[in-house]
Design a protein around this ligand. Structure first.
Ligand SMILES: Cc1ncc(C[n+]2csc(CCOP(=O)(O)OP(=O)(O)O)c2C)c(N)n1
Length: 514
C-alpha cells in the first residue's frame, strides 16, 4: 500500500469518508486511493471555494470533518475565503494539499509556492508530511486535531513522494478530548450576578444555540429576569417550532448598542463578547456598555449546554419555562415581491426539518425575524463575513443530510462568487431549493456609502455597487449549470414556484426579482 492509501484508510477508519475535491497532478495518488478505499465518496467542486464551503456546511450538520483535496498553493488559495468562514464557525475540516515531490521542490517549478504561509492563518493545526511511512500517522493527528473542541481546521500538506512511496498501513485516530466542564465556581459567580436583578444580558452563540442550551437559557431568563440575545452570525441555530425565539443581535452597531443597553452584567455563553463587525470613525469596537461587567459562563470548546443547565438549576429555575409567547407562523403573502414578502413566504412555507442557509444579506432581514415562527428548522449563517459561502455551505449540508430539505436563501452578489456550486448540486442530485434575492445591487455597500455621508454617489461609486448592465440571468445561469430555474416577480408567483420546488426532490432555483 502506498502512503495515499494508508492515509485514506486512516480517514475511513475514523468515519471520515466524504471528500470535497478539486485535484491536480500532485494529488493523483490521493485520487486513486479514493477508489482503493471502500466507502469513500468524492465530490467534485469546480472552484476550490465550493469545496471548502461545502466542507464547512457538512461539518456544521454532522459535527465531523470532511476531507478537502486541493491542488498546491494556488488551489488552496482559491479556497481560503471559505476556510476563513469555517474557522470563525469553529468547525472541523481536514484539508489535504498536494505538493511537489520533496526532491522536486528545490527547482522551483512553476506551481511551487509557500503553501505553509498560505495555510497557517486559517489552520488551527498544520503539518507537512515528511515521509510515506508517516503520512497515515499525520492524517490521524490531523483528524484528532480537527475534532478537538470546539472544532478546528487541520491542514496536512502531502508531498507527492509521500503519497506514492510504500507505507506501512493505516493509523488509528486517538479520541479527541470531550468539551471541558465549566466549574461550579464560575456558575456560582454568574448566578450571583443574575440574582442581583440588575439589568443583565445573556448573550448566546456557538453551541449555545442548540436545543438543550436554548431551553436552559429560557429557564435562566424566567428565573432571573435577564434578557437573552443571540449572536448575529451564528454557526448553527435551531429555530422555529416550539423553540424559544430570542432576539438576534442587530448587525449595525448603533442598533446593536441599543439592543444591549441597559446592561450591568453581560454573561457570554458559547462565543465571545459582541464586537462591531467594522470600526467606524467613532472609534468604538465593543457593543455592550463599557461599564458592564463581563462574565464568561462558557467559552467555545466548553460544555456550553451543560453550563447553562447548571446555571438554570443554581437559580432554582422551573424545569420548563416560557418567557414570551411563541410567535405565530406567518401567513402566505400576496402582492408585489419585496424582501419583507419574500421572507414571509419562506417562513410560511418552509417544511418541517428544513436546513436554511442564510446568505441573503440585506434581503434576509425580514426573514431573520419571521423565521422564529416557522416550522422547526436548522439555520446556518455566514460566520466570517467572507461572501460566497451560502451556495457551497448548502451543498455540504445537503451531502451531510440527504433526508432533509435544504433551502439556500441567497443574495445575488454573494451568490456569484461561488455559483459553480449549482453544478455540484445538480451532479450529486442534492435536495436544495435555491432562492436568489435578485436586487441587482451590492445593496449593503450602497447603505454603507450613505452611512459614510455620501448622499450622492459618483459614477465610480455607483459602478462599484450596482449589478445591472447587464442584469444577471439566474435562470439561464442555473440551466447552464444543470439546475432547473424559474423567475418570480410577485409574492403569489414566488409562493407557487417555492411550493413546487419543495415538493420535488433535487436542486431547483428560483430567482426572486426584488
Ligand atoms: C470575499 C468578500 N469580498 C468582498 C466583500 C465585501 N462585500 C460585503 S457585502 C458585499 C456585497 C453584497 O451584495 P449582495 O450579496 O448582492 O447582497 P445585498 O447587499 O445586495 O443584500 C460585498 C462586495 C466581502 N464581504 N467578502
Amino acid at each position: 500500500m502506498n502512503g495515499a492509501e494508508a492515509l485514506l484508510r486512516t480517514a475511513s477508519g475514523a468515519g471520515v469518508d466524504v471528500c470535497f475535491a478539486n485535484p491536480g497532478t500532485t494529488e493523483m495518488q490521493l485520487v486513486a486511493a479514493l477508489d482503493a478505499v471502500p466507502g469513500m465518496r468524492a465530490v467534485l467542486g469546480l472552484f476550490e471555494g465550493v469545496c471548502t464551503g461545502a466542507a464547512d456546511g457538512y461539518a456544521r450538520m454532522l459535527r465531523k470533518p470532511a476531507l478537502t483535496v486541493l491542488h498546491l498553493g494556488p488551489g488552496f488559495a482559491n479556497g481560503i475565503a471559505n476556510l476563513h468562514n469555517a474557522r470563525r464557525a469553529r468547525v472541523p475540516i481536514v484539508n489535504l494539499i498536494g505538493d511537489h515531490a520533496s526532491w522536486h521542490l528545490p527547482y522551483d517549478a512553476p506551481l511551487s509556492s509557500d503553501i505553509e504561509s498560505l495555510a497557517r492563518p486559517v489552520s488551527g493545526w498544520l503539518r507537512s508530511s515528511a515521509s510515506a511511512k508517516e503520512l497515515a500517522r499525520d492524517g490521524a493527528d490531523a483528524i484528532r486535531a480537527a475534532l478537538t473542541p470546539p472544532g478546528q481546521i487541520a491542514t496536512l500538506i502531502v508531498p507527492q513522494d509521500c503519497a506514492w512511496d510504500v507505507a506501512e498501513g493505516p493509523a488509528r485516530v486517538a479520541p479527541a478530548p470531550a468539551p471541558a466542564a465549566v466549574s461550579e465556581a464560575v456558575v456560582a459567580d454568574v448566578a450571583t450576578a443574575l440574582a442581583s436583578r440588575e439589568p443583565a444580558v445573556l448573550f448566546l452563540g456557538g453551541e449555545a444555540l442548540g436545543e438543550r442550551a436554548l431551553r436552559a437559557a429560557e429557564r435562566i431568563a424566567a428565573a432571573s429576569g435577564c434578557r437573552v440575545l443571540t449572536e448575529t452570525f451564528y454557526t448553527r441555530q435551531e429555530r422555529g417550532g416550539d423553540l424559544p425565539a430570542f432576539t438576534r443581535l442587530p448587525y449595525f452597531p448603533e442598533q446593536a448598542r441599543e439592543a444591549l443597553a441597559p446592561c450591568r452584567h453581560l454573561v457570554v455563553a458559547g462565543t465571545r463578547e459582541p464586537i462591531g463587525f467594522f470600526g467606524y470613525p467613532d472609534g468604538r469596537s465593543r457593543l455592550a456598555p463599557d461599564d458592564a461587567r463581563r462574565l464568561v459562563l462558557a467559552s467555545p470548546g466548553d460544555d456550553v449546554a451543560g453550563a447553562l443547565e447548571a446555571l438554570a438549576e443554581r437559580l432554582g429555575a422551573p424545569a420548563r419555562a416560557s418567557v414570551a409567547p411563541l410567535p405565530a407562523r406567518p401567513a402566505r403573502p400576496s402582492g408585489p415581491l419585496d424582501p419583507a414578502r419574500l421572507g414571509q413566504a419562506i417562513a410560511a412555507l418552509q417544511p418541517e426539518g428544513a436546513i436554511v442557509v442564510d446568505e441573503a444579506a440585506t434581503s434576509g432581514l425580514a426573514y431573520a425575524a419571521l423565521s422564529a415562527g416557522a416550522r422547526r428548522h436548522t439555520a446556518l449563517a455566514l460566520t466570517g463575513g467572507a461572501i460566497g459561502q451560502g451556495l457551497p455551505c448548502a451543498t455540504g449540508a445537503a451531502v451531510a443530510c440527504p433526508d432533509r430539505k435544504v433551502i439556500a436563501f441567497q443574495a445575488d452578489g454573494s451568490g456569484m462568487y461561488t455559483a459553480q456550486a449549482l453544478w455540484t448540486m445538480a451532479r450529486e442530485s442534492l435536495d436544495v431549493t435555491v432562492v436568489i434575492c435578485s436586487n441587482r445591487a451590492y445593496r449593503i455597500l450602497q447603505a454603507e456609502l450613505s452611512r459614510a455621508g455620501i448622499a450622492e454617489p459618483g459614477v465610480n461609486a455607483r459602478t462599484l455597487t450596482d449589478l445591472s448592465h447587464p442584469d444577471l440571468d439566474w435562470v439561464a445561469l442555473a440551466r447552464g449549470l444543470g439546475v432547473p430555474g424559474r423567475r418570480a416577480d410577485s409574492a403569489e408567483a414566488f409562493c407557487e414556484a417555492f411550493e413546487r420546488a419543495l415538493a420535488e426532490r433535487g436542486p431547483a432555483l428560483i430567482e426572486a426579482v426584488l
